[in-house]
Design a protein around this ligand. Structure first.
Ligand SMILES: Cc1ncc(COP(=O)(O)O)c(C=O)c1O
Length: 315
C-alpha cells in the first residue's frame, strides 16, 4: 500500500507540521536508518484540543504547559531544539487550522535528532527536528463504567536509571510490558510500583485514590511523569472544596480506597472499577470522581471557571 493510500485509508490528516513548514502528511518521511527518529532519543508530548460546548470551536487545552514540558524533556536529554515555545505553539495552532478539524483532536509534537544514521548513542547537542502530527479522538469522559486495573509485576524504573519525568518514547517500553501482562490477565490497565515498592503510575496516566473524602496521588518523586492532568485536577479539587495531597502511596492503600481513578491527557479522568479483582465501590465512578470528572469535562469544553480561561488556546 502506498503512503498516500495509507493516509487516506486510515483517516489521517492532510497536513503535518515539520520544522516550521506545513507539508503533506504522506510526504513526511525519514530514512529507515534514521535512528533518532522515534528511538531512544526522541521526546514527545500528547495534547488535546476539544470542541467547545458553546459554538463548537476548537481550543487546545494547556498547550503552553505541554510545550514547556516538551522542552524540559529535551533539556534533560541534551537535545538542541531549534524552536522556542512560542514558535511551537504557533505551529500547533496552525496545524489544527489547516487540517480544518471540527472534532476533538489529539496533537503529538516530537523532537528527534536530525540526520543521525544507525548511531543509537546520539551525540549530545545534535541538531534536532520538531514535527507535529494530529488526529481525531473520541473523548471517554461520558463512559459510565470503571476500568479494571491490576498492580504489575513490572517495576517503574527509578529516576537514576530511566527518568519517568522525561516523556521519551523509550520510557514506553516499560509501560508496554506492563500493559501486555495486564491484558493477558484480563485487566485493562497496569499500575506500576517503583523500586521502593511504592505506587508509581500507569503506562500513560497517573493514579489517584479517594479515602474519607480526600484525594491522594503519588508524590512527584515517586518515579512519575509530572502530570498536567493531575495539576488540573488539583486546581479543580481546590475549586470544589475537595482536599488533595501528593504523597507516597502504599499498594494496600489501593485496596482500601473508597474510589480510584486514572488521570492523564489520554485517559482524561477515568474511574477504576476493580483493582486486582477487588471491586472499588459499585464498579462505576464514585461521588468524588464524578464531581471531578464533570468539572474536568466542563473545563476542557470551555464551560469551566473564568479563572482557568487561560488554559484554553483558541484555534
Ligand atoms: C507515563 C505517563 N504518566 C502520566 C501521564 C499523564 O500526564 P498528563 O496528565 O500530563 O497527560 C502520561 C501521559 O502523558 C504518561 O505517559
Amino acid at each position: 500500500m502506498s503512503l498516500a493510500s495509507l493516509a487516506h485509508a486510515s483517516g489521517n490528516p492532510r497536513w503535518i507540521w515539520s520544522d516550521g513548514k506545513i507539508i503533506a502528511w504522506d510526504q513526511a518521511t525519514v530514512h529507515v536508518n534514521a535512528a533518532g527518529h522515534a528511538g531512544v532519543t526522541a521526546v514527545f508530548e500528547g495534547i488535546k484540543a476539544y470542541v467547545s460546548r458553546d459554538g463548537g470551536h476548537l481550543q487546545a487545552f494547556r498547550l503552553d504547559d505541554h510545550l514547556a514540558r516538551l522542552l524540559h524533556s529535551a533539556r534533560i536529554c541534551r537535545l538542541d531544539v531549534p524552536f522556542d515555545l512560542a514558535e511551537a505553539r504557533e505551529g500547533v495552532l496552525e496545524l489544527l487550522r489547516v487540517n480544518e478539524y471540527r472534532t476533538d483532536t489529539y496533537v503529538r509534537p516530537w523532537i528527534f535528532p536530525e540526520g543521525v544514521i544507525r548511531e543509537v548513542m546520539v551525540p549530545d547537542g545534535a541538531r534536532c527536528r520538531l514535527v507535529i502530527d494530529s488526529w481525531p479522538f473520541q473523548s471517554a469522559l461520558g463512559a459510565p463504567r470503571g476500568c479494571r486495573a491490576a498492580v504489575s509485576s513490572w517495576t517503574r524504573p527509578p529516576d537514576a536509571s530511566t527518568p519517568a519525568r522525561v516523556k521519551a518514547f523509550a520510557n514506553y517500553h516499560n509501560g508496554r510490558l506492563a500493559l501486555i501482562e495486564a491484558r493477558q490477565n484480563g485487566h485493562d490497565f497496569p499500575i506500576l510500583l517503583n523500586d521502593r515498592r511504592k505506587v508509581s503510575e500507569a503506562p500513560s496516566s497517573c493514579v489517584a485514590l479517594v479515602r474519607d473524602g480526600q484525594v491522594v496521588t503519588p508524590s512527584l518523586t515517586s518515579d512519575v511523569l509530572q502530570s498536567i492532568t493531575a495539576g488540573t485536577v488539583a486546581e479543580l479539587c481546590a475549586q470544589l472544596g475537595i482536599a488533595m495531597v501528593h504523597r507516597e502511596v502504599d499498594r494496600t492503600e489501593l485496596y482500601l480506597a473508597d474510589e480510584l481513578f486514572l488521570m492523564g491527557t489520554g485517559v482524561e479522568v477515568l474511574p477504576i472499577g476493580a483493582i486486582d479483582g477487588l471491586p472499588v465501590g459499585d464498579g462505576s465512578a464514585g461521588p468524588v470522581t464524578s464531581r471531578i470528572r464533570q468539572a474536568y469535562q466542563d473545563l476542557v469544553r470551555g464551560a469551566g471557571s473564568p479563572a482557568h480561561a487561560g488554559w484554553l488556546s483558541p484555534v
